[in-house]
Design a protein around this ligand. Structure first.
Ligand SMILES: [Zn+2]
Length: 336
């Protein structure tokens, strides 16, 4: 097995982060940090028991934190959208009629207006991030980043809170949105039980050394009837198969593990949730970054270079349910 070479730092070679099995096969022998360009090459292995793919060895402590720092011109936050989504009145009416939003659809909508709105929602790339309304609408976004998602949801009537491990990010969200943003790992925050109606983890689980711990905590924090929403990159996609180590979905070494659709579903069920849905997200971000940073062409250089073609390809893969990004909704199983 090939480690990170002569890069100084703290690394551990631990067994599978989901099932603790030590049985594994190598998927990629040496993968560099293509997104930011930090030094080092990492091996990606697949657990023979649960099929999750993970870094072996993986960086820990300050070494891991260092991989999130800017490298030359490239900074991790460059890749994040800081703008909240504008949700049109038409979509709000559909959220009100179909997803139980109490305020979003102010003003009655005609049947034909709703039908039109439903078509528009189906075309909305982020449609599965607009969670169905639950309880009194208390939403906790774990790993809230710049707060763009929280801001979108706040505009739709949710009572929002965030968490982040970077104190400056928390301070910024608090100052800008005037809402609580808790600093630290979710498991360490000691938030009161059953205090949220929705908990979202958008591209967070793949960064964590132990996703089962955070899912257990999410279950404790959800009120009865609450909803859990997860977005992750998944390797059961032609992108990942064909681009191999150039696929930015692996985002080595910040993604400590990479799910597939069945691996994600199995984990969520094992942690005591019932899966309500698992959908492909028609985003071309990973394809674009794979092209720009990984020189990954999928054998189709023209397609990858042309934004319009690339987006059309992403939509096609998504329709076929084979794109490399998914969203899952789940709710806690009632206690036995
Ligand atoms: Zn495993």
């Amino acid at each position: 097995m090939i480690g990170p070479g002569d890069v100084p730092g703290e690394f551990v070679d631990a067994p599978c982060p989901l099932c603790s099995s030590a049985a594994r096969r190598t998927v990629v022998e040496r993968c560099p940090d293509r997104l930011l360009g930090h030094p080092g090459e990492f091996a990606i292995v697949e657990c023979r028991d649960c099929q999750v793919r993970y870094l072996a060895p993986r960086p820990v402590g300050e070494t891991l934190v260092g991989y999130y720092r800017p490298c030359g011109e490239r900074s991790y936050s460059d890749n994040e959208s800081h703008r909240p989504k504008r949700v049109s009145a038409e979509l709000r009416a559909v959220l009100s009629a179909d997803r139980g939003y109490p305020e979003a659809g102010a003003g009655a909508s005609t049947a034909s207006g709703l039908a039109h709105g439903r078509k528009a929602l189906a075309r909305f790339n982020d449609q599965h991030r607009l969670l169905p309304w639950r309880g009194t609408g208390r939403l906790l976004d774990v790993g809230a980043g710049g707060g763009a998602y929280l801001e979108t949801m706040q505009s739709l009537g949710w009572k929002i809170e965030g968490t982040n491990v970077v104190p400056e990010v928390c301070a910024d969200v608090r100052a800008r949105l005037g809402v609580p943003c808790h600093h630290g790992e979710l498991e360490a925050l000691n938030l009161p039980p059953a205090s949220y109606d929705a908990i979202s983890l958008w591209h967070v689980l793949e960064h964590l050394p132990s996703p089962p711990k955070v899912l257990a905590e999410a279950k404790r924090l959800l009120a009865p009837g609450g909803i859990l929403a997860i977005g992750v990159p998944v390797y059961d996609s032609p992108e990942a198969e064909r681009l191999r180590d150039a696929w930015i979905g692996y985002d080595v070494p910040r993604h400590l593990l990479t799910f597939s659709r069945p691996v994600l579903r199995a984990l969520v069920e094992r942690m005591g949730f019932r899966v309500l849905g698992l959908w492909s997200e028609p985003r071309d971000r990973i394809l674009r970054l794979s092209y720009e940073r990984g020189r990954g062409y999928l054998g189709m250089k023209l397609l990858m270079r042309q934004t319009v073609l690339r987006r059309a390809y992403a939509r096609k893969l998504s329709r076929q349910d084979r794109i490399g990004t998914v969203v899952l909704w789940a709710e806690p199983n009632p206690a036995p």
